[in-house]
Design a protein around this ligand. Structure first.
Ligand SMILES: [Zn+2]
Length: 280
C-alpha cells in the first residue's frame, strides 16, 4: 500500500513536470509533441488490431488443418474397410455358396453334387428353386411365355453336350479343330460349366427356341434382362465380355448370385469375374 502510494506520487509528479515543460515550450515544439503522441497511440491501436486479426487467422488456419486431417483420417478408414471387404470377397473360402465362380480357369471342385429340386421339369440347386419359380410366374403374369430349356447338367451330360456340339460343326463341314474351337466358345468344357453347379438356367421364349443372337430380341429375353436381379439372377454372359468370361454373348443364360449381389453386379455393369476380381 505504502509502495503503491509512492509510485502513484512519483507518476503524478512526473506528469506535472511534463505538462509544465510542455507549457513552456514553443508552439512548434508543442505540435511536434502532439504529433509524436498521436502517432504512438495510432501505433498501439493498429498493432493491437493487427495482433487480434492475425490471432483470428491463425485460429482459422488451425481449424482448416484440423478439418483436412479429419478428412484424411476418414479417407484412410474408408480405404482400409474397402480393402478388407475386397479381401473377404476375393478369398474363395469366405464366399457364400451363391457366389461360387466356375469358368474355364475355375473348374468345379471334383465330385461336386448339389442337392437338386425340380422346377417345371428341370433340375436346379434346391436353394434357388423358389426364386426361379417366382421369376417365371411373374413373367407369365406380364403376359409372357418363358421356357427353361437347360438347367442342371451333370459333368457326364456336359461332356455329351460338348461332344454333340463339336459333331454338329463337323457335320457342317468344319475341320475337327475348328469345330472344337467354335464349340469351346459357346459350350463350357466339362467341369467348367455353371450348369453343373446347379445355379444356372437357360431360358428362352416359347415362340422362339433357338439359342442364337435373335433370342435377345424376344419379349421374354427383354423382360428377363430387366427384371432378373429382383429374383437374384444376372445375365451371366453379356455382350462384349468374352475376354472376361471366356464365353460369347448368351442372352438366355441366367445365373443365381443372390438379390443383393445381382443388383450390385448389374448396377456396376461388370461380369461376375470382374465383381469377384478374378478375370478369366
Ligand atoms: Zn447356359
Amino acid at each position: 500500500m505504502e509502495q503503491n502510494r509512492t509510485i502513484k506520487g512519483i507518476f503524478i509528479k512526473f506528469c506535472r513536470r511534463r505538462i509544465q515543460k510542455i507549457r513552456k515550450m514553443s508552439r512548434v515544439k508543442k505540435v511536434i509533441y502532439m504529433v509524436a503522441g498521436l502517432s504512438l497511440l495510432c501505433g498501439v491501436f493498429i498493432g493491437s488490431a493487427f495482433g487480434k486479426h492475425s490471432a483470428n487467422s491463425v485460429k482459422k488456419e488451425l481449424k482448416q488443418v484440423e478439418g483436412e486431417l479429419n478428412k484424411l483420417k476418414k479417407e484412410k478408414e474408408e480405404q482400409e474397410s474397402a480393402k478388407k471387404e475386397k479381401e473377404e470377397r476375393t478369398n474363395e473360402a469366405n464366399r457364400p455358396w451363391y457366389l461360387t465362380l466356375v469358368n474355364g480357369s475355375h473348374p468345379l471342385s471334383e465330385g461336386y453334387e448339389p442337392k437338386l429340386a425340380t422346377v417345371e421339369g428341370m433340375q436346379v440347386d434346391e436353394r434357388i428353386a423358389q426364386s426361379l419359380q417366382q421369376m417365371l410366374a411373374d413373367a407369365r403374369k406380364a403376359g409372357l411365355s418363358p421356357v427353361i430349356c437347360s438347367a442342371y447338367r451333370s459333368e457326364e451330360k456336359q461332356k455329351q453336350v460338348f461332344n454333340d456340339t463339336v459333331s454338329s460343326w463337323v457335320n457342317q463341314g468344319y475341320s475337327y479343330w475348328e469345330s472344337y474351337r467354335r464349340t469351346s466358345q459357346e459350350v463350357a468344357l466339362p467341369g467348367t460349366s455353371e450348369h453343373s453347379l446347379g445355379l444356372a438356367v437357360d431360358i428362352v421364349s416359347s415362340q422362339y427356341g433357338e439359342l442364337d443372337e435373335k433370342q435377345a430380341d424376344t419379349a421374354e429375353a427383354k423382360w428377363l434382362q430387366e427384371n432378373c436381379t429382383k429374383y437374384g439372377f444376372i445375365l451371366r454372359y453379356p455382350p462384349d465380355t468374352k475376354d472376361e468370361t471366356g464365353i460369347i454373348y448368351e442372352s438366355w443364360h441366367y445365373r443365381y448370385v443372390g438379390v443383393e449381389d445381382a443388383k450390385k453386379i448389374t448396377e456396376m455393369g461388370v461380369t461376375l469375374e470382374e465383381y469377384l476380381d478374378e478375370s478369366y
